[in-house]
Design a protein around this ligand. Sequence first.
Ligand code: SF4
Ligand code: SF4
Length: 308
Amino acid sequence: MKLRELKEEIRASALNAGFIRARILAPFKPEPPPEGLRVPDNRRLGMPSALVAALPYGNRPLEGETPFAGDPPRGTGSIAPFARRNYYREAVRRLQVLAAEFRTRYGGIRADYCIFCNSPIPEKPLARACGLGAAGRNSLIITPEAGSLVIIAGMTLPLALETDIPLTQDESFFFCGACDPEHPPCKAACPTNAVRGDGKIDRERCIQWYASGNGAAVPPEVVRHWGRRLYGCTVCQDACVRNRRPIPGTRTAEGTLPAYLDCRELMAASDGELKERFKGTALGLSWPGPQGIRRNARLIWEQDMGPG
Ligand code: SF4
Ligand code: SF4
């Protein structure tokens, strides 16, 4: 089979598996992970190519699901739709099936098909390099098919494929920036002025950054805009013109969480109880961690009920 056909076959398999966009990056030479984080298998950093794909979580309830709209009740904290299922785990599960198929079809050993998703490997540069999407002014990757409402995952391939090219400058501008170059809606909507507008977020102003367990203390100007978010600020994504059309999500039962949870119970729970409660969910990852969950719950509780 010609290399081009091989590449299209791999892409088609990924799309059949439910990914909304699939690109090939060759060679696969990711940027080093941020200091302190270790890539699990350093041998994989120099593979001939990789599949980089986007799994959509969408902005519409799936058939048979009841949407939750409105504010959560007093003393409870909301979980953003993107975290109500463990889409990372779902992406890995789908890639594992693909890896087994590819190994049968194309040969190689198991370690040749190394899956990365929510790993220390910086995924956004990979996504930009192979045209998975444009670099968003809200710091996220904007895909043509599903805006920024995707998670990015991929796997290395032991195949010397031709790379997919990045989006051109004009295409990138079309997918992010053309909305209103002077006053991007994502920047205008951010309650804490954390969207700088140059593709970077001022993380020490960003609710999502703190909600993920970062920062020693949450500054009062961020607390003021916290609302009843137990986990997940989506304001800049909700405002993005690329996310406004109906975007179907991915059906999965992995790590299902309700739309909101009782803050008092969370504040009183031990580390072990919280780990058990959120095992396998998007809140059971290394972030926000038990301490972060309790801090988020306390911010809501104190705002609703007063300190104590
Ligand atoms: S996640 Fe929220 S706080 Fe952070 S940049 Fe977006 S809108 Fe602003
Ligand atoms: S609102 Fe406009 S500038 Fe902001 S991320 Fe979306 S497309 Fe880009």
